[in-house]
Structure formats: C-alpha cells, structure tokens
Ligand binder design. Structure first.
Ligand SMILES: Cc1cc2nc3c(=O)[nH]c(=O)nc-3n(C[C@H](O)[C@H](O)[C@H](O)COP(=O)(O)OP(=O)(O)OC[C@H]3O[C@@H](n4cnc5c(N)ncnc54)[C@H](O)[C@@H]3O)c2cc1C
Length: 304
C-alpha cells in the first residue's frame, strides 16, 4: 500500500526544522508529522490511519540529535539515537543497563536499525519497551520549539494510547534518564506470541537494597495493561525495609490487579493479560533483586 500524498521537507539542522514546523503549524494551519525511523509512522500512513499534509524528515538532523552522553548522575540520549546503537553502547550498559536489555526485545533487525528512541517515546504504544523503561526510571524528555524548550517528567508524559503531552509545534530532542544507583538491580520481562512482536504484557522492575540487604526501594511498571505504562510501585510499599519471602512478594503483587486495565483483542483477553502481568512482575522483581545483591556497595554490576 502507498501513503496518501503529502508535501515533504528535509531541513538540514534543528533550528531550520523548528522554524519550518512553527510556520507550517501556526501560519499555514497544516497537519504536520515528523519522520524519524519511520517504523511506526510509515505503516500508519500506508494503512491510511493518518493523512498529514506535510512530513518533516528529521533524519538529516542525525549529526545533531544522535548521541549518548553522561552528565553527572544522568545519561542524556539524543532523540534520533537508533535502537541498535543503545543495545551495545558502553555508557548505556554501564549507567542505564535496563535500556540495553529492553532494546534487545524490540522487533527485528530492520526496526532496530531504523527506529529511534524519540520516535518510540512519541508513538507511545503502551506495550512498547522504551516508554515503559522511561516511566519506571523517571527522568525527563526535552521538547523544543522556536521559542525555547521545556522538560517534562517521563512519569507524566504519557497521556493515553499513542498520546503524549507533546504540542504540535514541538520536537522531542533529548531523553534524560538517571544512572543506576548503588546496590540496585533492574530487569525487564515480557511475553509475546512471536519474537519481535509487541508484547502481550511486559514488566520492568528496579530494586535497591539497604546496607542490611532489606529493600530500600522497589519500583514496578507494567506495559500492555492500560492506556499508558502503569506504575504499580505504590502498591508494593508494604515490602520496603524488609526482606520479604517469595510468598510475601506474590501476595503483594495480587494488589496490582486493581491498577491494570488491559484491552481485549484476538490475541488475549483482559483476564489473561492481568494474570500474565503478575507472573512477569514477579520474574522482573526476582531478577532485579538478584542483580541488586550482586551489585557492589558503591557501584553497579551486571550478572550477565
Ligand atoms: C513489525 C514491527 C514490529 C515492531 N515491534 C516493536 C516492539 O516489539 N517494541 C517496540 O517498542 N516497538 C516496536 N516497533 C516500533 C518501533 O520501535 C518504532 O521504531 C518506534 O515505535 C517508532 O520509532 P521511529 O523512530 O521509527 O518513529 P517514526 O515511525 O518515524 O515516528 C513515530 C511517531 O513519532 C513522531 N516523532 C518521531 N520522532 C519525533 C521527535 N523527535 N519529536 C517529535 N515527534 C517525533 C512521528 O511524527 C510519529 O508520530 C515495531 C515496528 C514494526 C514495524
């Protein structure tokens, strides 16, 4: 299938792209889409689910917007950084290993080669790995207009299915995530029908231990079980400052049921997705916990 006709623009730097976007949106009232890796946008156009008047291709901005930089206790990732670059990047593996692990679960080689972190976050599929990880870790996204920029918390950026709080005249330029704290482990678990498919459900967890190995912090987010990644951490606070048994963790996890509101489709009904979420949540917590135990007190370590 072919997409509907649209005007195509390929600005050569970010400032030109922002000016063009402002002019098309505010002065010409055009419906504009930004093109990054095209792995979600192009299928949407081909299926005629969107009919933009104009496409602004961000790919010529790759030299400005594709990077990974450490800045104090954060890692800054340029919006056009492709998925494949994150899976083996030494700074990502050192400071934000959950990103490297999550990216390996995305689609197939072609999608990893072209897809970008910015595109995945703006597309905001509730089953997608990178929005889920960003919602768990906290941090922010930087949104630029011709007039300036604003930073939005990744825990509030996702509004609903395929919807974020980005405005029509904004470009996502950077994702900033906190680095892995000491005595902390992270893990992602998901289930999909075939390798590379979007997950039926997914869970990401982060466990931080006190000096006496009790739980100092426990975070859990579930994907594919509501309109946005669902933060279930607040349901698990009764486990903090203790060293809960397997049964106590599983008991606490039964309470996440009330937080989830999965869709039903031909692949799975809502009850099955909820049950899957509980199983995946336990596995993610268990693996994150093992990694936290193996982490050095003043640094970080991976078990693989
Ligand atoms: C067969 C297949 C399987 C897939 N499986 C998975 C999977 O398992 N897990 C997963 O997470 N994803 C999966 N994807 C999606 C993939 O990760 C996409 O790469 C991603 O969702 C979109 O990234 P993109 O760079 O291709 O963005 P595009 O498709 O170019 O754009 C997506 C949306 O974001 C907007 N946008 C892009 N960049 C910016 C920016 N910088 N600022 C503002 N708006 C922007 C676009 O206008 C568009 O609305 C799959 C895709 C396919 C085709």
């Amino acid at each position: 299938m072919k997409p509907p006709a649209f005007a195509y623009y390929a600005p050569t730097n970010l400032e030109e792209a922002l000016r063009l976007l402002h002019e098309l949106v505010h002065e010409q009232q055009r419906d504009v889409k930004l093109l990054a890796g095209g792995q979600s946008l192009i299928p949407i156009l081909n299926m005629r689910l969107a009919h933009p008047d104009a496409i602004i291709d961000l790919n010529p901005l790759e030299s400005q917007l594709s990077y990974v930089r450490r800045a104090g206790q954060t890692v800054c990732i340029g919006a056009l950084t492709r998925h494949y670059m994150l899976q083996d990047h030494p700074e990502i593996i050192r400071s934000c290993p959950l990103i490297a692990e999550a990216v390996k679960l995305i689609g197939h080689a072609a999608i990893l080669t072209r897809g970008t972190i910015g595109g995945s976050i703006i597309h905001a599929d509730p089953a997608a790995e990178l929005p889920l990880v960003c919602a768990l870790l906290g941090g922010s996204v930087t949104l630029r207009t011709v007039d300036g920029s604003r930073a939005v918390d990744t825990q509030t950026f996702f509004v609903s299915y395929l919807t974020t709080s980005i405005e029509l005249d904004e470009i996502l330029t950077e994702v900033t995530l906190p680095t892995l704290p000491p005595r902390t482990g992270q893990a992602i678990e998901e289930f999909s029908l075939r390798h590379g498919d979007f997950a039926l459900a997914a869970a990401v967890a982060q466990v931080t231990l006190n000096a006496d190995s009790t739980l100092a912090d426990l975070r859990l987010c579930i994907g594919g079980a509501g309109p946005t990644p669902v933060d279930c951490s607040h349901v698990l606070t009764s486990l903090l400052n203790s060293a809960p048994s397997t049964e106590e963790v599983k008991d606490a996890l039964r309470r996440i049921d009330d937080e989830l509101d999965p869709l039903e489709d031909i692949h799975a009904d809502a009850a099955y997705r909820k049950e899957l979420a509980q199983v995946l949540a336990y596995r993610a917590i268990d693996r994150a916990w093992q990694r936290a135990r193996a982490a050095p007190v003043n640094g970080t370590a991976r078990d693989d």
